[in-house]
Design a protein around this ligand. Structure first.
Ligand code: ATR
Length: 249
């Protein structure tokens, strides 16, 4: 990578960013697409200051990760319809003097699940936070039957109002009926899966979680969060630089 006077810098904001793959993965994308840019990790909790910096310095692309995906929306000028429905953004694009919020997690999730025909499939989402909302959005668009399980049941009920589906308590629930099980929580728990199931863990650190390991042992089709991560980062790059625009140095 050659840094020169033309090198443009993008941000990733979040906390902690220690295990974030975004800076190195974006670097690989920029290199492949001949884009003269770098992505810098910014762990600044004052989002108002961050947004001011983005606008002052002309930062074209900002990746947003936990815990700022919802809070950042108070500081943006516009948002896509999907962001409005989900209530969370993972990408900010500076368009002129306007900061526009996008959600490319949905593109990553759709890509990760593209191998499965989701129509009328029973899909269980573990968790009911921002990531779960993005998953529910994709499942709803694909006419899947959605089930939610979450530590705080009321939070899961809130998702039904927007995306449809049912809330289930895991203890009393035979999850072997499910076709697809998707973990959106930080909890790495081992399950007793059935071999017909597809199991997707949104996390990509560690590369193979205990959750996915137990699914693999049960003979399930497993999908790593890395697949989603790479697809969402590709989409971020497309939004910032255009799908076919190959910027030369
Ligand atoms: P994200 O944006 O990644 O979805 P989030 O909005 O903080 O992050 O949501 C995290 C999800 O993981 C929530 O559903 C949370 O459960 P609660 O709604 O009960 O808070 C779930 N979660 C986090 N820590 C958990 C734990 N120790 N046990 C069970 N669920 C947990």
């Amino acid at each position: 990578m050659l840094i020169d006077a033309q090198t443009q810098f993008n941000f990733i904001i979040g906390h902690p960013l220690t295990h974030s793959l975004s800076p190195s993965f974006h670097q690989a994308l920029y290199q492949a697409r001949k884009i003269n840019a770098v992505m810098l990790a910014v762990e600044q909790p004052n989002l108002s200051d961050v947004v001011e910096s983005i606008k002052t310095l002309g930062v074209r692309l900002t990746a947003v990760t936990m815990p700022y995906k919802t809070e950042i929306l108070s500081f943006t000028d516009a948002q896509t319809p999907a962001v409005e429905i989900i209530g969370a953004a993972n990408t900010l694009i500076l368009q002129g003097d306007k900061l526009v919020a996008h959600n490319t997690d949905i593109d990553g999730i759709a890509y990760a699940l593209a191998q499965i025909d989701l129509i009328h499939k029973k899909c269980l989402i573990l968790g009911a936070g921002g990531a779960a909302r993005a998953v529910a959005y994709v499942l709803n668009q694909n006419n899947a039957q959605i089930y939610y399980s979450n530590r705080t049941l009321e939070k899961a009920s809130g998702l039904i109002e927007v995306f449809g589906g049912k809330v289930v308590g895991l203890e009393s629930f035979d999850h072997h009926e499910m076709d697809v099980i998707i973990n959106t929580t930080p909890v790495d728990r081992v399950y007793r899966f059935a071999p017909h199931q597809t199991v997707f863990d949104l996390r990509y650190y560690p590369k193979e979680t205990d959750f996915l390991k137990s699914a693999k042992q049960a003979g399930c089709n497993i999908i790593s969060g890395l697949r989603m991560f790479q697809a969402q980062a590709n989409k971020q790059c497309d939004l910032a630089y255009g799908e076919d625009e190959w910027v030369t140095q």
